[in-house]
Design a protein around this ligand. Structure first.
Ligand SMILES: Cc1cc2nc3c(=O)[nH]c(=O)nc-3n(C[C@H](O)[C@H](O)[C@H](O)COP(=O)(O)O)c2cc1C
Length: 180
């Protein structure tokens, strides 16, 4: 069985980020046949400027686009800032518009905010991913609360049920990829 490659993209630049921790946990719990890679260079991206959206691309942008191209699917996890996507994460998404790598690419997201929170960020993410014609896997988009006290000393989510749900998302995304 060929491995399915899934790129995990965090929307947080914070070192102790719960969103990044959820993705790292998913990576650590990835089921057999899934290779999960975390894109962890969000803060390295320059501010999007259409004047610079051509070859040679800024290094971090070239890396981002190459990672998207070389993975079969993406899973996002982002906090909400001021009722919207964090600016740095929207900046990452803006850099994907000029490439075609996300077009048709299967994508999903995790919402790890507390109940009732983060919905504006998710709605905005859906809009942007629709704009770049990614294939949104609605069945794989889940809400699973990950609070600041949910992480163990290794920085990963401790709760075995949450860990299982995160692993299941990767399994479900992989199933979609294999069925295409
Ligand atoms: C500047 C700022 C604005 C925020 N605005 C919102 C918001 O509009 N809605 C919300 O649900 N949470 C909001 N939050 C809370 C963050 O989403 C929350 O702290 C989250 O855990 C941050 O994600 P991280 O742990 O991955 O860094 C805000 C936090 C900050 C720092």
């Amino acid at each position: 069985m060929t491995a399915v490659r899934i790129l995990l993209v965090t929307g947080s630049t914070r070192s102790a980020s719960t969103n990044t921790a959820a993705l790292r946990t998913a990576q650590a719990c990835a089921p057999p046949g899934v290779i999960a890679t975390l894109h962890d260079a969000l803060a390295a991206l320059p501010a999007f400027n259409p004047d610079h959206d051509h070859e040679p691309l800024p290094g971090p942008v070239a890396v981002l686009r190459a990672e998207i191209a070389s993975n079969d699917a993406l899973v996002f996890c982002t906090p909400e800032y001021a009722g919207a996507l964090p600016g740095s994460f929207k900046n990452l998404l803006d850099w994907t518009v000029g490439g075609t790598q996300l077009s048709g690419k299967p994508v999903a997201w995790l919402n790890v905010a507390a109940p009732g929170r983060g919905e504006h960020a998710v709605a905005s993410l859906r809009g942007v991913l629709g704009y770049v014609t990614a294939t949104i896997l609605d069945d794989c988009c889940i809400r699973v609360g990950v609070g600041h006290d949910a992480l163990g000393p290794d920085g990963l989510v401790r709760d075995p049920d949450v860990r299982a749900r995160l692993a299941q998302v990767l399994a479900d995304v992989a199933t979609h990829v294999r069925s295409r």
